[in-house]
Design a protein around this ligand. Structure first.
Ligand code: PGA
Length: 245
């Protein structure tokens, strides 16, 4: 059975004091998360130690939002997967559309990052998704398929050990969520692609303006195994409600 997973992506938000309150509330509220289900938060690097301190031994896992594809050396400002692993992380997001758009990450770089994460014994959450212009041009499957294929080719048998997040760029932070049917269509397409490569059991998350009010309908879709949640993950009660959905 595929794991059900809800992951919070804090993006570049947080402060020690507010994080502490948020994490503690998550821990107290997550007690009721059922078996076979997982809740996690991906926090900015400086807060990984705090996440470990507050979340170790609880049902809530933690991780990072990006990683270098390289293992060490003269790469000022970069952080390796090995460093992240030392903080007890389980997940690392790779290929988020904000990394692709703002930092010019290519499909090849994203695939190399996924490989680095696996190499450190962690689970990459590989993001794929089309822009509004690409959707309107009928290119959704072309773009998401191309982004996924690069990861599949690069990881080989490792494909069984990842998580994939479908995040239509037009739905991220816009309040405009894909309908459950739109999400299901793309997820079914990605599932077929993954299954052909031996990754049929890979959890497939939907991301893009997920909130408590729409989570249940999205998660009820056959190929939607959970969510990658941005804005709503900064509110503990909202995030817990999504987790329970
Ligand atoms: P959002 O972000 O939930 O704020 O739309 C999702 C994401 O970027 O992962």
């Amino acid at each position: 059975m595929r794991v059900k997973l809800v992951v919070g992506n804090w993006k570049m938000n947080g402060a020690l004091a507010t994080n502490a309150a948020l994490l503690d509330r998550l821990v107290s509220g997550a007690g009721a998360v059922e078996r076979g289900k997982q809740l996690a938060v991906c926090v900015p690097y400086p807060y990984l130690a705090q996440a470990r301190e507050r979340l170790a031994g609880t049902p809530v896992a933690w991780g990072a939002q990006d990683v270098s594809e390289r293992s060490a050396g003269a790469f000022t400002g970069d952080v390796s997967a090995g460093m992240i692993a030392e903080f007890g992380c389980r997940y690392v997001i790779v290929g988020h559309s904000e990394r692709r758009q703002v930092h010019g990450e290519t499909d090849a770089v994203v695939a190399a990052k996924a490989q680095a994460v696996l190499g450190a014994g962690l689970t990459p959450i590989a993001c794929v998704g089309e822009t509004l212009a690409e959707r309107e041009a009928g290119l959704t499957e072309t773009v998401a398929g191309r982004q996924l294929d690069e990861v599949i080719e690069s990881l080989g048998a490792g494909i069984t050990r990842i998580v994939v997040a479908y995040e239509p760029v037009w739905a991220i932070g816009t309040g405009r969520t894909a309908t459950p049917e739109q999400a299901q269509d793309v997820h079914a397409f990605l599932r077929t692609r993954l299954a052909r490569a031996g990754g049929g059991q890979v959890p497939l998350l939907y991301g893009g303006s997920v909130k408590a009010a729409n989570a249940a309908a999205l998660f009820a879709m056959q190929d939607v195994d959970g969510g990658l949640v941005g804005g709503a993950s900064l509110d503990a009660d909202e995030f817990l409600a999504i987790g329970h959905a």
